[in-house]
Ligand binder design. Structure first.
Ligand SMILES: [Zn+2]
Ligand SMILES: [Zn+2]
Length: 232
């Protein structure tokens, strides 16, 4: 399973543009979130030589603009998309997408494609879905902003797909979190058996440093241009 980061607050390649938001390609044909800006998303993907017309599925984690803003750009050039979004998305947004793509409204956990599961809607108020991937190395969890709580999301993923948690990647939403809170989350990650971490986007610099210090070689630096090739 290949994961390619195409939109993030940071970049690992000076030719690719960073911007506040998140998006990654899972395999060749599933895009998780779309970043905040269509032209930037499309130009990053184009520069990386990725096939925009080969994308079949878009999964939107939650309705914030830094995760949904790029959708319009893809819908303009790719007319053959199925968009999985939380059922609780604003009805106006859903209607706009429905005019240009097939829409699947997600509520409960479900398998979107072989080995690719959504957590279903999580959280109260700010509802979000995350992905749980079954890989040869173990379970991979991908989050947008993790508004429902990163630990809750990892626990939910383990309920849906049994097995060891190989990697948690995405925004952990700990920008305002105290040292103590982050310490507790790291301890929970260890208890849950999370082997590798790849926090990015809205994780916050303090939490990033603490995860990096704790996980050492198992901390994966993320930015636009990062390609993770995870077992079969
Ligand atoms: Zn965000
Ligand atoms: Zn958000």
């Amino acid at each position: 399973m290949k994961i390619t980061v195409v939109y993030d607050n940071r970049t690992l390649d000076p030719d690719l543009a960073p911007a506040w938001g998140f998006s990654c390609l899972v395999g060749d044909d599933l895009l998780f979130d779309t970043g905040g800006d269509g032209p930037r998303l499309l130009s990053n993907m184009g520069q990386m030589g990725l096939d925009l017309w080969g994308i079949r599925t878009v999964v939107l984690s939650h309705p914030h603009g830094d995760h949904t803003g790029g959708l319009g750009g893809i819908l303009t050039i790719n007319k053959n998309l199925t968009v999985y979004l939380p059922r609780s998305f604003p009805s106006g947004f859903k209607a706009q997408v429905r005019a240009r793509a097939r829409v699947v409204e997600v509520h409960e956990p479900m398998e979107i494609a072989e080995g690719i599961h959504t957590s279903g809607e999580m959280g109260r108020g700010l509802v979000e879905q995350s992905l749980a991937l079954v890989t040869g190395q173990g379970l991979v969890v991908i989050t947008g902003c993790a508004h429902p709580g990163i630990v809750k999301i990892v626990k939910k993923a383990r309920e849906i797909v049994s097995g060891e948690v190989y990697l948690v990647l995405g925004g952990f939403h700990l920008g305002g979190a105290s040292r103590r809170t982050v310490k507790g989350i790291i301890a929970d990650f260890r208890r849950l058996g999370v082997q590798k971490v790849a926090p990015c986007h809205c994780t916050g610099s303090r939490a990033m440093r603490m995860f990096a210090a704790e996980y050492g070689e198992d901390f994966i630096e993320i930015g636009v241009g990062k390609v993770l090739d995870i077992g079969p």
